[in-house]
Design a protein around this ligand. Structure first.
Ligand SMILES: Nc1nc2c(ncn2[C@@H]2O[C@H](COP(=O)(O)OP(=O)(O)OP(=O)(O)O)[C@@H](O)[C@H]2O)c(=O)[nH]1
Ligand SMILES: [Mg+2]
Length: 437
């Protein structure tokens, strides 16, 4: 396939940036842009890269010879200085030499088309890159690094073996040989049960990857923005003693105990004549509906005010926090947690409380593989076809029908690993990838 290039690291100032190039003839193009034109396969070089005699950068280079490369094609990687100017000069250089810009997922799509990776592994790779949580890394890793594929291949072989016995019976039974015996129904049940237990160890990505959206709400001036800043560890939101300081929703990500939370600060809720502030209050109220956890921040032990905020949150999980305990007495009975954004007291407990509000939902240790809706649909079809074959055998239905059920179950496995695929399916899967992967 025609050579393509992409930046595999984010387009931001960094120590180094990495470019990937892959495709027929890319080594020839490479020779034209490096000093003295030569390189060895699989060796780390430091080379000067030139665009029409103009030095672009002195950078690291590793060259791969297909099929022993990520894509299965001739390819190379460049480890250049991570300045935005260097990045754009390399992009111009690669275009100059005739390489095209890769689209998202193009390298992995090529790897799949060259049989370097199965379709379910390509999906797991995208999930691994997306994951924001340590358990997600383990589960998508199990799917990616061959364990899931090898289990699927064992199940597929077993379906084949049973199908061969049924088809032999259809073709040769009149010659007096017995290809099927009583055990075949037991063998099929056993296979179905083991497959079901494999499926129960798979958790759907949608269920697993909670976004962990947290909204800080409360009356004006209670210290929401100060709590927000203290949680993040830097001054992200403006703090002032003027009530009504925050107008917009401000969000930022917080990493805590290997989980990611999206924390949002919001306008204090009060009746106001100020039009802009009123819009901010409206935003706070509507945002409550879309988050997973509402954290009410208060500086006074006002029971009915806390209840009003809890009621606003409806069925959403709500926790109440007393702030400013450096100047007010703690009320551990009324509030779920007491903190001081000024001194930092109580913030370890607050973070743990936020974390525990998310951990109840799903016992991640019960699962082994991370899967997608596509996989779940295929798993259901496999089980339906195996059940139908079993019923056919038990009720002495036509063996042709039994063989057809088994053939369908087998072809589901082919779909799963991508031995059978459509262009639109590949489009769906690889379009979710980032550029450079
Ligand atoms: N003593 C003390 N003062 C605090 C604490 N947290 C916030 N403040 C002060 O309370 C005032 C309001 O703080 P903000 O964080 O702006 O409050 P807010 O809830 O975001 O206010 P609005 O955005 O206007 O609704 C500021 O003067 C802060 O310095 C605290 O823990 N202790
Ligand atoms: Mg504020």
């Amino acid at each position: 396939m025609h050579p393509v290039f992409a930046l595999a690291t984010p387009p931001a100032k960094s120590a180094i940036c990495i470019f990937r190039v892959s495709g027929d003839g890319c080594h020839k193009g490479l020779s034209k842009i490096i000093n003295n034109g030569g390189f060895e396969i699989g060796r780390f070089h430091i080379k000067e890269f030139y665009n029409k005699k103009q030095l672009v950068d002195k950078a690291g280079l590793v060259v791969f010879k297909g099929p022993n490369s990520y894509t299965g094609e001739d390819s190379f990687e460049v480890y250049a200085h991570g300045s935005l100017a260097v990045m754009s000069s390399f992009a111009a250089l690669f275009k100059e030499v005739g390489f095209d810009e890769a689209v998202g997922g193009e390298f992995t799509k090529r790897a799949f088309l060259n049989n370097k990776i199965s379709l379910n592994e390509a999906e797991a790779l995208a999930d691994l890159i997306d994951t924001t949580d340590d358990r997600g890394v383990v589960l998508s890793g199990n799917s990616l690094f061959g364990e899931m594929s090898s289990q699927i291949s064992v199940f597929a072989d077993e379906v084949d073996q049973i199908r061969v016995r049924v088809e032999a019976e259809i073709d040769f039974s009149d010659e007096g040989n017995e290809y099927m015996d009583k055990n075949i129904v037991n063998d099929l049940s056993n296979l179905r049960n083991r497959f079901e237990s494999f499926v129960s160890g798979c958790v759907n990505k949608n269920r697993f990857s909670q976004k962990n959206n947290v909204l800080l709400v409360g009356p004006v001036n209670s210290g929401k923005s100060s709590v927000f800043n203290r949680l993040l560890g830097f001054e992200r939101a403006i703090v002032s003693d003027l009530p009504g300081t925050t107008r917009d929703i401000i969000s930022s990500e917080l990493f805590f105990e290997s989980s990611v939370f999206s924390i949002q600060d919001s306008a204090g809720i009060r009746k106001t004549d100020d039009k802009i502030e009123e819009v901010g209050v409206g935003l706070s109220l509507s945002e409550i509906k879309s988050v997973d956890l509402v954290v009410g921040i208060f500086d006074k032990p006002d029971k009915s005010l806390i209840k009003n905020f809890k009621d606003l949150s409806h069925e959403k999980c709500f926790i109440s926090i007393q702030n400013k305990i450096d100047i007010n007495e703690k009320d551990n009975k009324l509030f779920d947690c007491c903190v001081s954004a000024k001194t930092g007291e109580g913030f370890d407990e607050l973070k743990k409380l936020i974390l525990s509000s998310f951990k109840k939902d799903i016992k991640k240790d019960d699962y082994k593989f991370l899967v997608r809706d596509r996989h779940n649909k295929i798993f259901t079809s496999v089980i339906e076809n195996l059940n139908s074959a079993k019923t056919g055998l038990k009720e002495n239905l036509s063996l042709d029908l039994v063989a057809e059920d088994l053939r369908l179950a087998r072809s589901c496995f082919d779909e799963l690993v991508g031995e059978k695929f459509s262009d639109s399916l590949l489009g769906d899967i690889f379009s979710s990838y980032c550029i450079g992967k």
